[in-house]
Design a protein around this ligand. Structure first.
Ligand code: 5GP
Length: 207
């Protein structure tokens, strides 16, 4: 297999509470794409409505730490007392098969991937305003005031890392945001360095 036939790794990230999960779901609900979602592993308790193996692989702390010791994660982070990580083998397998793989992960983890996978595409999702971010965290109603303040303080630091990404997409509307992400993925495919080998016969052929 030629190197440039490998799938594209797309990392969707952004500050805590910006709506990464919702935008990712809207993206996968769209027609006309061939994306594979990398299901993360976590030690946090399962929430109502979540399905093991679909939303996350829910594992014990011991199992997670065993996998860490086996170098089984492309990246992992501790987030509010729980582990979250991207299983390395599944991502590698899908990329080797030429599939596009989407990671939806928080900012520190994304930057770890940046150091390892040089040709991955990094997208930073921002809220339409910081006030919108705060309102969103409050309206979710899943966290108490102290946790919301901690998340906002974390988000503030994460905003400062936006310049390390390839693209910034505003989450003013989940479908618009998903649409922009799809446009970015298409444009990345058309980049000369990724696509020239496909057009070699046209470029080098006779009239
Ligand atoms: P939640 O507990 O709300 O599902 O997720 C909390 C945060 O963890 C979100 O920002 C989500 O994007 C992030 N996250 C989910 N999976 C991973 C992962 O595999 N690695 C990292 N670094 N973050 C993750």
């Amino acid at each position: 297999m030629k190197l440039n036939e490998r799938g594209l790794l797309i990392v969707l990230s952004g500050p805590s509470g910006v709506g990464k999960g919702t935008v990712r779901k809207a993206l996968f609900d769209m027609e006309d794409h061939d994306l594979t979602y990398s299901v993360s592993m976590t030690t946090r308790p399962m929430r109502e409505g979540e399905v093991d193996g679909v939303d996350y692989y829910f594992v014990s702390k011991e199992d997670f730490e065993k996998r860490i010791s086996e170098n089984g994660f492309l990246e992992y982070e501790q987030f509010f007392g729980n582990y979250y990580g991207t299983p390395r083998d599944k991502v590698e397998q899908q990329l080797d098969l030429g599939h596009e793989v989407v990671l939806e992960i928080e900012v520190q983890g994304a930057l770890k991937v940046r150091n390892q996978v040089k040709d991955a595409v990094f997208i930073f999702l921002v809220p339409p305003s910081k006030k919108a971010l705060k309102d969103r965290l409050i309206s979710r109603g899943t966290e108490d005031d102290k946790t919301i303040d901690t998340r906002l303080a974390k988000a503030e630091k994460e905003f400062q890392l936006a310049h390390k990404y390839d693209y910034i997409v505003v989450n003013d509307d989940i479908y618009n945001a998903a649409d922009r992400i799809l446009a970015i993925i298409r444009a990345e495919h058309a980049k000369t360095e990724r696509s020239i080998y496909k057009y070699k016969s046209i470029i080098e052929g006779d009239l």
